[in-house]
Design a protein around this ligand. Structure first.
Ligand code: NAD
Length: 436
């Protein structure tokens, strides 16, 4: 099939590459000239495990093309995916301007039947708006489909190639057939393609992300309670997670969720609810808890350094909002940096993949270490903000000898408290007894 993906970011590039992998001919369109040039020259613009190999293969085989020209990019396409940004607007609602602008342009340039697919995360009713924006100037038949994307950054390629489910929202039999055919190779193991109406498909994506964010904030509050009552959140997590109705996944407490999706999607669903005259109480609490959780370690750090943080130097391991990605959007680490610097401290940072994007955002507010251990030089303590595997079994001798104080503040519960006790570290984490 001939496919066009408009927007070549995390979702667009993975979508385009993975559709090419099953033999489709894919053209990716982006307005970012620099990005398109890099991609056309064989340079992958994001870090995503497994993507580079697929990208190189499909580029070489001539199944992947890149352009900044929308008209040229969609000329032969049967299906056009919109993988455009939907950032939060000033009022918290999803900003649909990127999506609707492209929809309007499409109406002017389409000359034969095409299926336009909303892959961006968009509020209920967007498919109608996209249809109207296209129809303003359109002389040909077309269908609009809602096909929200559930991939997770860090395992995006696996998620796309073997999705738990594919959600397709459409009332058109013709579009349904096209979409079914396109996705068939990805659900061979028997995972479902769930056909539904557009509105339900649109809401499914927000409901999924909001539910997962709720799980995280719930566990973060349980962790707070554990510390107050002397319980251990790891035990509680195992205790509840072995109940099938609850499940083991997504029960890890920490220093809050971040990324480009959960914060904005929870906020957007709250706004959609308010617009529908409904006060979504749980989600308001989920957001409140998360805001506070990002700086959960700060009072612990302050109470350890009784003479204040002014003049102190911290090593910060982990900048990406989660491991296996270079995405730093809404990353808790950035909030920690701001808070420490505001207290008069200095910070040295290390992340296996996210140094360059942080440099762009934070500039010389921090120093950038070449290595996780040189990051510790002259530091008064180590703070951990992302659970990269490479941080899980570090050389504790080296840490102890390099840090000025044997103090670790771990926002991701990477180490066993007893072990840290044996090693003589002052070790504080989330929802567990501190080792002092
Ligand atoms: P992104 O910011 O990484 O990528 C968006 C791309 O669109 C950018 O490359 C940008 O240059 C391009 N763009 C902007 N305007 C354009 C235009 N007029 N024409 C062509 N290209 C244009 O965003 P993303 O993370 O890929 O997210 C895209 C959508 O998918 C969002 O709605 C997001 O909520 C949703 N989503 C994201 C994820 C994720 O993990 N990142 C997962 C599921 C769904």
């Amino acid at each position: 099939m001939k496919i066009t993906v408009v927007g070549t970011g995390y979702v667009g590039l993975v979508t385009g590459t993975c559709f090419a992998e099953t033999g489709n001919e894919v053209t990716c369109v982006d307005i970012d000239v620099n990005k398109v040039n890099k991609l056309s020259n064989g340079q992958v613009t994001i870090y995503e495990p497994g993507l580079e190999k697929l990208f190189e293969r499909n580029l070489k085989e001539g199944r992947l093309h890149f352009t900044t020209n929308l008209a040229e990019g969609i000329k032969d396409a049967q299906v056009i995916f919109l993988a455009l940004p939907t950032p939060p607007g000033a009022d918290g609602a999803a900003d649909l301007s990127f999506v609707l602008k492209v929809a309007e342009q499409l109406g002017k340039i389409m000359t034969d039947y095409k299926v336009i697919v909303d892959k961006s995360t968009v509020p209920v009713g967007t498919a109608d708006k996209v249809r109207a924006a296209i129809a303003q100037n359109c002389k040909t038949e077309f269908d609009v489909v809602s096909n929200p994307e559930f991939l997770r950054e860090g395992v995006a390629v696996d998620d796309f190639m073997k999705p738990d489910r594919v959600v397709i929202g459409t009332g058109s039999e013709r579009a349904r057939k096209v979409m079914g055919e396109l996705y068939a190779p990805y659900v061979r193991q028997g995972n479902p393609i769930l056909y539904m109406d557009e509105k339900s498909a649109e809401l499914t994506k927000y409901a999924a992300n909001s539910f997962l964010a709720t799980k995280i904030s719930f566990m973060n509050e349980i962790a707070i309670l554990c510390e107050k009552l002397g319980a251990d959140v790891d035990m509680v997590r195992r205790g509840i997670g072995s109940d099938d109705r609850i499940g083991k996944r997504f029960l890890f407490p920490g220093i809050g969720y971040g990324g480009s999706c959960f914060p904005k999607d929870v906020q957007a669903l709250v706004k959609s609810s308010a617009d529908a005259a409904y006060d979504f109480k749980i989600l308001n609490a989920v957001m409140d808890v998360n805001e506070k959780q990002k700086l959960f370690l700060l009072p612990k750090i302050k109470s350890y350094f009784k003479d204040g943080l002014k003049g102190k130097h911290f090593a910060l391991w982990g900048l990406a909002f989660k491991p296996n990605t270079d995405d730093i959007r809404e990353a808790p680490a950035l909030y920690i940096i701001d808070a420490l610097v505001a207290e008069g401290a200095t910070v040295s940072v290390f992340d296996p993949e996210a140094m360059a994007p942080v440099r762009q955002v934070v500039g010389d507010k921090v120093t950038y270490a070449e290595h996780q251990y040189t990051c510790l030089d002259n530091a008064d303590a180590l703070i951990i903000a992302t659970e990269w595997s490479v941080f899980r079994t570090p050389d504790f001798d080296k840490i102890a000898h390099t840090l000025k104080n044997k103090a670790i503040f771990d926002g991701r519960n990477l180490f066993e408290v007893e072990r840290m006790q044996e090693l003589g570290f002052h070790y504080e984490s989330v929802g567990r007894t501190a080792s002092k």
